[in-house]
Design a protein around this ligand. Structure first.
Ligand code: THU
Length: 138
């Protein structure tokens, strides 16, 4: 799938973000190797800790539907009043979840900057020397 199209789906997903506390809205579009796309948004909680990032929402939706093979994720985010969005890189916890289910050498993280330019990173670039399933004998 075209990377720009995946960013557009992430922008759609962002509209569903539930962010009454931070007002920082994030959307993600997770592409499987089979060509399906799972959308995710961040979902906050009054007690803060149960809040979930957009990326993990997308992963948990996909994994709970039986998906295990992922190709790429597009992520967009910024404050709700922002007129242009800047780069929104995934947090460390989400990088670790990607490490659980993705090959760090091939899985792509696609971001979009304030000039509407796409930036693509391999998971191993964003999580160098990541600890993952192989360390646990899988
Ligand atoms: N957030 C994400 O959804 N993804 C990230 O990778 C970074 C942060 C959310 C969590 C919280 O709802 C808001 O952005 C502010 O941290």
């Amino acid at each position: 799938m075209d990377r720009r199209e995946l960013i557009d789906i992430a922008l759609e997903a962002r509209k569903m973000a539930y962010t009454p506390y931070s007002h920082h809205k994030v959307g993600a579009a997770l592409l499987t190797k089979g060509g399906k796309v799972y959308k995710g948004c961040n979902i906050e909680s009054a007690s803060y800790t149960p809040s979930n990032c957009a990326e993990r929402t997308a992963f948990f939706k996909a994994v709970s539907e039986g998906e295990r093979n992922f190709e790429a994720i597009a992520i967009v985010g910024g404050f709700e009043e922002a007129t242009t969005l800047g780069l929104c890189a995934p947090c460390g916890v989400c990088r670790q979840v990607m490490m659980e289910f993705c090959n760090p050498k091939t899985f792509e993280i696609i971001l979009c900057d304030e000039h509407n330019e796409l930036h693509t990173y391999k998971l191993e670039e964003l999580l160098p020397l990541g600890f993952g399933p192989t360390n646990m004998g899988l």
